[in-house]
Design a protein around this ligand. Structure first.
Ligand code: SAM
Ligand code: SF4
Length: 331
């Protein structure tokens, strides 16, 4: 059933949905979760497969075309490939992708490709084992790289993206190794500026290593062509001038891309968030479990989207970090 397209109060059409399928994770990245983890949601608080499918279907009827599954770590959700298969079959979705830390890709890549997942983003912050451990608090680089290689053996999974969070004092040393990695492998490497969504709440503006700084360091050694950024795509993507691979930069702090934001997020416990930095959420699980019809859900979603924030306020004085951190929102 087609419904009217979703628009916010600033004239932006909303067509991209990120769904967090779990708040749990097998890593403890410094920039995301505290070492001891977080108080996890109870099982009954997490949307069931059927509830998730229904909410995504209603939003697809309202013009959502691209879906990204994330978490926490999506692959730790029990029977995740089954959920992925339910969601890829929803009419109207053009692309269903996953963001993962890669730890379980050797186990699940085949099932996820078979379930119809079109795109994979694998997060890797360092190509050096000890530094990877320092950042993720898990000695898992060899296993993540093996997972990535396994994923690359499926032609349907390409193009594969590798994401690294860029943090001053850490990522400077990673820039050239990642540039070489992108030149030698069939992966597009993208650096994401560090955002104030960390579990330890210790983010400081001067810890943000900007995309421009990393670009300059790479360009000096491996010249890059000018960027291409598709409307709604978050990354500025540069080809190496000699044609060997691509590097991207996602610069939400130094160059916010809120003007053409088309995104919406659904947390694992069924709350709709209209911005990563939203201070308000709309509960969809309660009404869903209380017997709301699809039309009732549509009205709730439409109301929340209408009030979508014009822009984030990370660079403004008085910025308030939301109560939920990245892993609990679904990055
Ligand atoms: N566990 C999966 C993973 O790490 O790919 C998916 C969830 S994770 C929250 C999604 C993405 O958010 C990852 O690429 C991660 O590096 C990124 N991320 C987490 N915390 C961040 C922060 N404070 N600033 C910028 N990116 C962050
Ligand atoms: Fe887990 Fe991903 Fe957060 Fe790392 S960034 S702690 S892998 S959710």
């Amino acid at each position: 059933m087609a419904r009217d397209p979703l628009h916010d109060g600033h004239g932006r059409r909303i067509s991209d949905l990120r769904v967090s399928v779990t708040d749990r994770c097998n890593f403890r990245c410094q920039y995301c979760m505290p070492a001891e983890g977080l108080p996890w949601l109870e099982r009954a608080e997490v949307l069931s497969f059927e509830e998730t499918e229904r909410l995504v279907r209603v939003m697809a009827e309202m013009g959502v075309e691209t879906l990204r599954l994330t978490g926490g770590e999506p692959l730790v959700r029990r029977d995740f490939p089954t959920l992925a298969g339910l969601l890829t079959r929803i009419p109207g979705l053009d692309e269903v992708s996953i963001t993962t830390n890669g730890f379980l890709l050797e186990r699940d890549a085949a099932a996820l490709v078979a379930a119809g997942i079109d795109r994979f983003n694998v997060s890797v912050d360092s190509l050096q084992r000890d530094r990877f451990y320092e950042q993720t608090r898990r000695d898992a680089l060899p296993r993540v790289l093996a997972g990535l290689e396994h994923l690359a053996s499926f032609p349907e999974a390409h193009p594969i993206k590798v994401n690294a969070v860029a943090i001053r004092g850490f990522t400077e040393q990673e820039a050239l190794p990642f540039a070489r990695f992108a030149r030698e492998h069939p992966y597009e490497v993208r650096f994401i500026e560090y955002m104030p969504l960390d579990g330890d709440r210790s983010w400081k503006p001067d810890q943000v290593l900007s995309g421009a700084e990393i670009h300059a360091a790479i360009h000096a050694v491996y010249p890059l062509e000018d960027a291409v950024r598709d409307p709604h795509a978050t990354a500025r993507v540069h080809r190496f001038a000699d044609g060997k691979g691509k590097i991207g930069f996602i610069n939400p702090v130094s160059e916010p891309f809120c003007d053409d934001c088309n995104r919406l997020r659904l947390t694992a416990d069924g709350r709709l968030r209209t911005c990563l930095f939203s201070l308000n959420e709309t509960d969809l699980r309660g009404p869903l479990r209380a017997g709301a019809t699809d039309d009732d859900l549509e009205a709730l979603i439409r109301g929340a989207v209408w009030a979508k924030e014009l822009k984030h306020r990370v660079n403004d004085p008085g910025f308030v970090q939301p109560a939920r951190t990245m892993s609990a929102i679904g990055g």
